[in-house]
Design a protein around this ligand. Structure first.
Ligand code: ZN
Length: 233
């Protein structure tokens, strides 16, 4: 058996080149469209070449409408979804559903790293204030500084009530970063920026296991964390 591997796709045992109109090749490979799909899927986080192949064959076997629904969902998300101009949450309008809701307590802003953290906190049903999504956390080693995040927008919301929904002045900022080394570093940085602005700064209670991710913590623990938030010295 040859040890030579094609660079643009794996071998496909059992397949024949009967439907190929291409000139004779030494190895039979996937049709170009299949190869392209595998390559695109393999670019997704956590998806290796083997998984990409599995997914591609799942899609090939799927009914047309199911596979096309996925393609349309990707198109729709790229066309219509953007970041809320106020809090950077995902949104299909200028302001997200939370910022646009007049029933929310607009004096309180809970700072999270990612939209998925916001969703996890919303699922607890315990929080009625607004959010601010940083879209990451400080990570000097990876070259992520405050400028790469939405820190400036957050500070502007504190400094200028006109930038907060309803023109309401922010009275409390709750730091809801993940309890990791980088999350803690980010919280420390934000605290230093926020304290001189005279706003109350609290953080979620440390019932959260160290090193955990908000999105994976169960609702009861998250609800406790919101309830038990405390002022940062
Ligand atoms: Zn928003």
């Amino acid at each position: 058996m040859s040890t030579r591997r094609p660079t643009d796709g794996g071998p496909s045992p059992g397949e024949t080149a009967s439907n190929s109109t291409k000139p004779t090749k030494r190895r039979v490979s996937y049709p170009g469209a299949v190869d392209r799909l595998i390559s695109e899927l393999a670019r997704l986080p956590g998806v290796g070449r083997k998984s990409a192949e599995r997914l591609a064959f799942f899609l090939l076997k799927s009914r047309d409408e199911d596979a096309l629904a996925l393609a349309e969902a990707i198109t729709a998300v790229k066309k219509s979804v953007r970041h809320c101009t106020i809090c950077s949450n995902l949104s299909d309008g200028i302001a997200c559903l939370v910022c646009a809701d007049p029933a929310r307590d607009r004096r309180t802003v809970l700072v999270v790293e990612q939209p998925k953290d916001l969703i996890a906190l919303e699922d607890t049903g315990m929080y009625r204030g607004l959010y601010h999504v940083l879209l990451g956390r400080l990570s000097p080693l990876d070259g992520v500084g405050p400028e790469e995040l939405t820190v400036a927008d957050l500070l502007l919301r504190i400094d200028d009530p006109g930038k907060n929904p309803g023109g309401v002045r922010v009275e409390e900022v709750i730091l809801g970063l993940n309890p990791t080394v980088e999350g803690d570093g980010t919280a420390l940085y934000l605290m230093e920026q926020l304290k001189p602005r005279g706003v109350r700064v609290t953080r979620l209670a440390r019932g959260l296991p160290s090193g955990s991710q908000l999105e994976y913590v169960n609702k009861a623990v998250l609800a406790d964390a919101i309830e038990g938030r405390r002022a940062i010295e």
